[in-house]
Design a protein around this ligand. Structure first.
Ligand SMILES: [Zn+2]
Length: 309
């Protein structure tokens, strides 16, 4: 779960807890700040997402129920649905991507991602009673993390492996009925497969020199940006390239904006006349001295950790 840096944009009215902002403006501001990805499952929400409250889930339509900017995160339709009818929660019991170090490449990362063989049972529809196994990429809370309990709570709150997965029996229960299916597990597994395909290509390209390798790596970054599932790409590439500079140049930071699609507030020169402008060509500003753009807008690079060599 990508750790997010979510400072309140300067152009948002102060004290949004006191005044109801149209959801569309909130969503634009959130996406400009942390990127067009679900804060929990990390899928791309370029085709649609919604702001949700960490405390209450769906936003209530009265100003007094809105806790403010720090309480909001953008979510996909599947993560949204997990809390659609839930009661407010005590946020201290959960791990949150905008304040906690939710993912690192060390052995104590709170969340870990791994290709796992699960039992599959189909309960209804044409293929009812079919059984088998399937390889899917599960996200799990890591018992070696000091934040294990809170990670486990967040995993359960949003059912990040879909409601059909039962961890105790390692079984995925599916319906073959013609209804909307929760796509998160499939899409996460597809991202893993695509990352592996890039790693295979990089291996094949090795004899052709650095220029080919560099070009392929830029394409891998763009594929990850388009698809989302940042933690999956980080995990897969770290297994082959356990090198901080390589990983940061692929998925975290860039010191120039050349060749990367840089989005959000970091690429726009904000003026009072264009509050919350989004999708405008803008005039990109160079990173601050010694600084860098984040390739995935809003990644909290300062909360990432790498194994000490
Ligand atoms: Zn989601």
């Amino acid at each position: 779960m990508r750790p997010l840096s979510k400072p309140a944009p300067a152009s948002l009215p102060p004290g949004i807890g006191d005044a109801w902002l149209p959801a569309q403006r909130l969503e634009s501001a959130l996406i400009d700040t942390v990127g067009s990805y679900c804060a929990f499952c990390e899928m791309s929400i370029a085709s649609g997402g919604a702001p949700q409250s960490k405390r209450t889930g769906p936003l209530q339509k009265t100003p007094r129920d809105l806790d403010g900017w720090d309480d909001l995160l953008p979510v996909c339709c599947y993560c949204y649905a997990q809390r659609e009818n839930s009661t407010p929660v005590s946020t201290a019991r959960y791990l949150w991507p905008d304040v906690d170090a939710t993912f690192t490449l060390t052995a104590t990362s709170p969340f870990v991602y791994a290709l796992t063989t699960v039992s599959v049972v189909v309960t209804s529809g044409e293929a009812a009673a079919a059984r088998g196994t399937n390889d899917v990429v599960l996200v799990k809370a890591n018992p070696s993390s000091p934040d294990f309990a809170r990670a486990q709570a967040t995993l359960a709150l949003y059912q990040l492996n879909t409601p059909g997965y039962d961890a105790a029996s390692n079984t995925l229960t599916l319906s073959d009925s013609p209804q909307f299916q929760d796509q998160r597990l499939d899409l996460r597994t597809q991202a893993w497969a695509r990352a592996q395909a890039f790693l295979d290509l990089l291996k094949e390209a090795a004899p052709y020199g650095d220029a080919v390798t560099t070009a392929l790596m830029r394409q891998a970054t763009m594929a990850a940006q388009a698809q989302g599932f940042w933690s999956v790409w980080m995990t897969a590439f770290w297994a082959r390239y356990p090198d901080v500079n390589t990983i940061e140049s692929l998925f975290v930071l860039t010191r120039t904006r050349q060749d990367y699609i840089i989005t959000g507030y970091q690429s726009l020169e904000k003026t009072p006349s264009e509050p919350l402008a989004r999708g405008l060509p803008g005039r990109p500003q160079p990173p601050p001295p010694g600084g860098a753009w984040t390739i995935f807008t809003g990644t909290a690079a300062d909360r990432l950790a790498y194994p000490t060599p």
